[in-house]
Design a protein around this ligand. Structure first.
Ligand code: SF4
Length: 700
C-alpha cells in the first residue's frame, strides 16, 4: 500500500459509504467508516464493516488463467498470452462464421465506471454487436425507463441530504433497514430528532423497515399501481395537489386525473388488501407533507409491470409538486455500488454512453464518430435473460461473463444451466472460484477485486467517488481494464491505447461535455483531493449538483414532466391457482450480498441467518400442516427448492418469501431460490419478475 491509510468507497450497495482502509503487515487490511464522508458520516453496516475479511481471505481467489482445450478436458493453468490469444481466436472465428450477434458480454453493476465504459466501447464499437448487458438489468432497468418516461432522462433528482429536510417518507417495495442500512439509519435518526416525521411503508412483509413505520400498508403483491392511483384519487379529491406546478410544469394531467378518479377507494381496498381508512390516512399524510420523499427498490422494479409501477409512483411526486425543492422527490434505491455509473456510460444493451439512445440514428452516429468507428449496429442488443435464451437456442455461441454469477442470480436457474451447457465458449472473469457459474467456464480469468485496482463509481444519489488501488491483487490476477485492453489488442482493434485507467476516465469525461451529465471538469485530481461530487459538474471549480430540476425544467422536449398512463394497471404475472396457490416473493437478507461469493466467506455474517428459510404465515402453515423449523418443499412450474420453514406473522397470508442468495450449498442445488422463479420480464425494461412466482408448498 502506498499510503498507510487510504479513503475509498464500500463495494456493496448503492448507498456508497466512505471507508478508511489501513494495511499493515501483521493484521492485513482493516476498515472503518469515514467520519468525514458526506454519505455515512462514519457509520457502516454489517457488510461494510466486515469488508476486510473478504479482502484478507484469498483462499478462494482465482490466481492464474485456467483454460480447457475442449469441453471434455479439465481446466488447466495457462499464461495470460495463451488465454487471451485463445479468447481472441475463438471470438474471431465465431463472429466470422455466425456474425457479430453470435457473441455477447454479460457484466455487472459492481464493475467500475472505466471498466463499464471500456467493455461497451469494445463490444458496441468494435465487435459490432450490441449484445452487452449487465446484472443491473435485474435491478434498475425499470427505474431507468420510469425516469426517462417521466423526466425525459434517467436522472435521480435528489440528494441524500434531502433525508434530513423531509418530513414524510413513502418507502415502497424496499426494505432499506436491511438492504440500504445506512440510509435507513439516517431516516431513523432524523425521526428520532423530529418525532413528527412520518414514515409509511408499503410491503407484503412486515420487515424491519415496516416495523419502524408510522403506517404499514401490507399490500397484496402486484397491486402497487392500484394503490398509487387510489392515493392519487384521495389527494385530488382532498385538494392536496400543487395546481401551479401541474399547470406549468407537467403534461397529460387530465388523462391521468380522469383515470384515477374513475375508480373507487373501496375497489382499490379490496384488490390491494388494505383498508379504505389506511389508504385515506396514507394520502392525507402525503398531502400534508412539506417535504415528501418516495423511496423504492426491487419491489417495484422486479416486476412484469415494473415500468408502469415506477411511473405510477413518480406521478405522486408530480401531483403534489414535490420535486426540485429541499426534502422532496422520488428516489430509487440502487442495489449495486455502481449501477448508476454503468447507466451513465451506456452499460446496457439498449443504451449508449452519456444517456444517448441506441435506437436514435443521430446518437449512434455521434458515438461512432467519437470512437472513430464507421458505425454502431442499429440492431438492439440482447438483454440479460435474452442472452441466455439465445445461448440455449444456439443463436448465440459464446458469452463473456464479468463479475457476476448468473447461474444463481438469473430467474429459472435450470434454464441458465442448459444455456451455459449449450454454449460453445464461456469466458468467466471473476475474483472467486466460489462463483457457481465458473464450473461452466472454458476460460477462467482471474480479476483484481476491490482495493486491488483504481477507478470511479457513482452511488444512488449521482455521487461520483474515486477508488484508489491500495493493495496488489493475488497471483496473476489483473484489473478488468487491463484484461479487456489486452484482449482488444489481440483483436487488433485501434482505440485501446490507454496507458492508465485515468486515460479511460478522461475519454469518457470528454464525451459528457455539454450533456445533462456533464463531468468534463471533474478529473481524478479533484476526486482525490476534494472528495466526492454529484453530477453534473459542468464547470471548472463547480461544486457538483445536489438536486436536479430546481428550475422545474425537465429533460423532455417540452421541458415538462409527464404524467404517464400505465398500459397495465393490474399485475400481468400468472395468478395463483389450484396447483400453485401461493405467491412467492424473493429478496435480500441483512448480512448477505448477492450470491454470497464475498459475504459467504465471513463467518460473523453467517450468524444472522445461517441458511435459507421460507417465510410462511401461520394460517398458511396450519393449512399445509407445516410447523416452524420443518423442512418443506416449494415447487413452481420451473423447479423445486427444499428449505426450512419459518412460520411468521410478519408475512401476509397467501405470500411466501425466500432469500435470493444461496446457490450450491445443498445437493443438486436444491436451496437455490431461482430454481423456482418465472421467466416473465417487463415488456419495456426487460427486468425479470422476481417478486411474483406462483408456487406450492408441502412438508418434506
Ligand atoms: Fe456498504 Fe451499503 Fe452497508 Fe454502506 S450501507 S456500508 S455502502 S453495504
Amino acid at each position: 500500500m502506498q499510503n498507510s491509510e487510504i479513503k475509498t468507497t464500500c463495494s456493496y450497495c448503492g448507498v456508497g459509504c466512505g471507508i478508511i482502509v489501513t494495511n499493515d503487515s501483521k493484521n492485513g487490511v482493516t476498515v472503518t467508516g469515514d467520519k468525514n464522508h458526506p454519505v455515512n458520516k462514519g457509520m457502516l453496516c454489517s457488510k461494510g464493516m466486515n469488508l476486510h475479511y473478504v479482502v484478507n481471505d484469498t483462499s478462494d481467489r482465482i490466481l492464474y488463467p485456467e483454460m480447457r482445450w475442449s469441453k471434455s478436458h479439465p481446466l488447466e493453468r495457462v499464461n495470460w498470452d495463451t488465454a487471451l490469444d485463445r479468447a481472441a481466436a475463438v471470438f474471431s472465428s465465431i463472429i466470422k462464421k455466425h456474425g457479430p450477434d453470435s457473441v455477447g458480454f454479460y457484466i455487472s453493476g459492481q464493475c467500475l465506471t472505466e471498466e463499464y465504459y471500456l467493455v461497451n466501447k469494445l463490444v458496441k464499437g468494435f465487435l459490432k454487436t450490441n449484445n452487452i448487458d449487465t446484472n443491473s438489468r435485474l435491478c434498475m432497468s425499470s427505474a431507468v425507463a420510469g425516469y426517462k418516461k417521466t423526466f425525459g432522462e434517467d436522472s435521480v433528482p435528489i440528494a441524500y441530504d434531502d433525508i434530513e429536510l423531509a418530513d414524510t417518507f413513502l418507502i415502497t417495495g424496499a426494505n432499506p433497514a436491511w438492504c440500504h442500512p445506512i440510509l435507513f439509519r439516517r431516516i431513523e435518526q432524523h425521526k428520532e430528532k423530529n418525532p413528527k416525521v412520518k414514515i409509511i411503508v408499503i410491503d407484503p412483509r412486515r420487515t424491519d423497515s415496516a416495523m419502524a413505520a408510522d403506517l404499514h400498508l401490507q399490500i397484496i403483491p402486484g397491486t402497487d399501481i392500484i394503490l398509487y392511483h387510489a392515493l392519487a384519487k384521495r389527494l385530488i379529491e382532498k385538494g392536496y395537489t400543487d395546481n401551479d406546478f401541474i399547470k406549468n410544469h407537467t403534461e397529460n394531467f387530465k388523462l391521468y386525473k380522469d383515470l384515477v378518479l374513475s375508480s373507487s377507494l373501496e375497489k382499490a381496498s379490496k384488490l390491494c388488501g388494505i383498508s379504505v381508512n389506511d389508504i385515506k390516512l396514507a394520502a392525507d399524510i402525503i398531502g400534508k407533507a412539506k417535504g415528501f420523499l418516495s423511496l423504492w427498490a426491487m419491489g417495484l422494479n422486479q416486476s412484469a409491470i415494473g415500468v408502469d409501477k415506477n411511473t405510477a409512483l413518480l406521478n405522486l411526486s408530480l401531483l403534489t409538486g414535490q420535486i426540485g425543492k429541499p426534502g422532496s422527490g422520488p428516489f430509487s434505491l440502487t442495489g449495486q455500488p455502481n449501477a448508476m455509473g454503468g447507466r451513465e456510460v451506456g452499460g446496457m444493451a439498449n443504451l449508449l454512453a452519456v444517456h444517448k439512445e441506441l435506437n436514435n440514428p443521430t446518437h449512434r452516429k455521434e458515438v461512432a464518430e467519437f470512437w472513430g468507428v464507421d458505425d454502431i449496429s442499429e440492431k438492439p442488443g440482447l438483454t440479460a435473460t435474452e442472452m441466455f435464451d439465445a445461448l440455449e437456442s444456439g443463436k448465440m455461441k459464446a458469452i463473456w461473463i464479468i463479475c457476476t454469477n448468473p447461474l444463481v442470480s438469473l430467474p429459472d436457474s435450470r434454464r441458465v444451466e442448459k444455456a451455459l451447457s449449450n454454449a460453445k465458449f464461456v469466458v468467466v472473469q471473476d475474483i472467486s472460484h466460489n462463483a457457481d457459474t465458473s464450473k461452466f467456464a472454458d476460460l477462467l480469468l482471474p480479476a483484481a477485486g476491490w482495493l486491488e485496482k483504481e477507478g470511479t463509481m457513482t452511488n444512488s444519489e449521482r455521487r461520483i467517488s474515486y477508488l484508489p488501488k491500495g493493495i496488489n491483487a493475488p497471483g496473476e490476477a489483473l484489473s478488468d481494464v487491463e484484461i479487456l485492453t489486452r484482449f482488444a489488442k489481440k483483436m487488433n482493434f485501434n482505440g485501446f491505447n490507454f496507458n492508465t485507467t485515468e486515460d479511460i476516465y478522461k475519454e469518457y469525461c470528454l464525451m459528457t461535455k455539454n450533456t445533462n451529465i456533464d463531468i468534463s471538469f471533474l478529473n481524478y485530481n479533484r476526486l482525490k483531493n476534494e472528495g466526492t461530487f454529484q453530477w453534473p459538474v459542468p464547470d471548472y471549480g463547480h461544486p457538483g449538483t445536489p438536486r436536479l430540476f430546481t428550475d422545474k425544467k425537465f429533460y423532455t422536449p417540452s421541458q415538462k414532466a409527464i404524467f404517464n398512463i400505465p398500459t397495465a394497471i393490474e399485475n400481468t404475472s400468472e395468478q395463483p391457482n389450484d396447483t400453485f396457490p401461493y405467491i412467492l416473493t424473493t429478496g435480500r437478507i441483512r448480512d448477505q450480498w448477492h450470491t454470497m461469493t464475498k459475504t459467504g466467506k465471513v463467518s460473523r455474517l453467517m450468524t444472522h441467518i445461517p441458511s435459507p428459510v421460507l417465510e410462511i404465515n401461520p394460517i398458511d402453515a396450519y393449512k399445509a400442516s407445516i410447523n416452524n423449523g420443518d423442512i418443506v418443499v416449494v415447487t413452481s412450474k420451473n423447479g423445486t427448492v427444499r428449505v426450512k420453514a419459518k412460520v411468521t406473522e410478519t408475512i401476509r397470508e397467501g405470500v411466501l418469501f425466500l432469500p435470493m442468495h444461496w446457490g450450491k450449498q445443498l445437493e443438486n442445488d436444491l436451496n437455490r431460490t431461482n430454481n423456482l422463479t418465472n421467466t416473465l420480464v417487463d415488456p419495456i425494461s426487460k427486468e425479470p419478475d422476481f417478486k411474483f412466482t406462483t408456487v406450492a408448498v408441502a412438508k418434506y
